[in-house]
Design a protein around this ligand. Structure first.
Ligand code: COA
Length: 167
């Protein structure tokens, strides 16, 4: 069985994370600065997955400034060689478990054609015994550049005690 470890990212990881994101379409490419900033300011709500000291997975997130009950999960990337082994689900689990007791919901936006993205979030919800609801959020008119629409996924409420049993 492949050995994967999960941890918070550090600033020194930003280059490797940036490369991972650029190599995993259809994720939006952002500047390296953004990943440096995520690793510096938002490390508590981000996660990297490592295999033999190589970063093969990354999840970025933040506590919603509008709603301190909600962890918003932004980008998720898992290297093609390691997909469909539950690594993305585990990164959500790991990140959510590290949040404070106020946090009871996970949100993310997903394009309707990204079936694996919806599935790992559904798997997380199922394992946490929580409901997943989806509604349209950003239309193509808002996103432009031929971007697909994005649906808002909301999972919860999640009992942290259940997650402790799962770990
Ligand atoms: C989305 C992504 C992060 C998922 O990572 P992962 O580690 O493979 O995710 P998991 O293994 O936890 O879950 C994937 C699930 O999707 C399922 N799946 C994969 N392709 C699928 C498809 N085409 N249709 C339906 N389900 C699919 C897998 O079977 C698995 O479900 P299962 O465990 O019940 O069998 C990864 O595919 C990726 O990096 N994609 C490119 C970037 C991206 O699209 N990121 C998400 C947008 S932010």
């Amino acid at each position: 069985m492949t050995s994967i470890t999960y941890r918070e990212p550090a600033v020194d990881d930003a280059q490797e994370i940036w490369e991972l994101v650029k190599n995993n379409k259809p994720l939006d490419e952002n500047s390296k600065y953004l990943y440096v900033l995520l690793c510096h300011q938002f490390s508590k709500t981000c996660c990297v997955a490592e295999h033999n000291s190589e970063i093969i997975g990354f999840l970025s997130g933040f506590i919603s400034p509008k709603d301190p009950n909600t962890l918003f999960v932004w980008q998720a990337a898992v290297d093609n060689r390691f997909r469909n082994q539950g690594i993305a689900k585990k990164m959500v689990f790991q990140t959510f478990s590290g949040t404070n007791s106020l946090v009871k919901f996970v949100e993310a936006t997903v394009t309707p054609s990204n079936h694996s993205s919806l599935k790992f979030l559904q798997n997380f919800a199922d394992q946490a015994g929580a409901k997943l609801v989806s509604r349209p959020l950003f239309s193509t008119d808002v996103l432009e550049d031929g971007h697909e629409p994005e649906n808002l996924i909301r999972i919860g409420p999640i009992q942290k005690k259940i997650l402790e049993v799962m770990s």
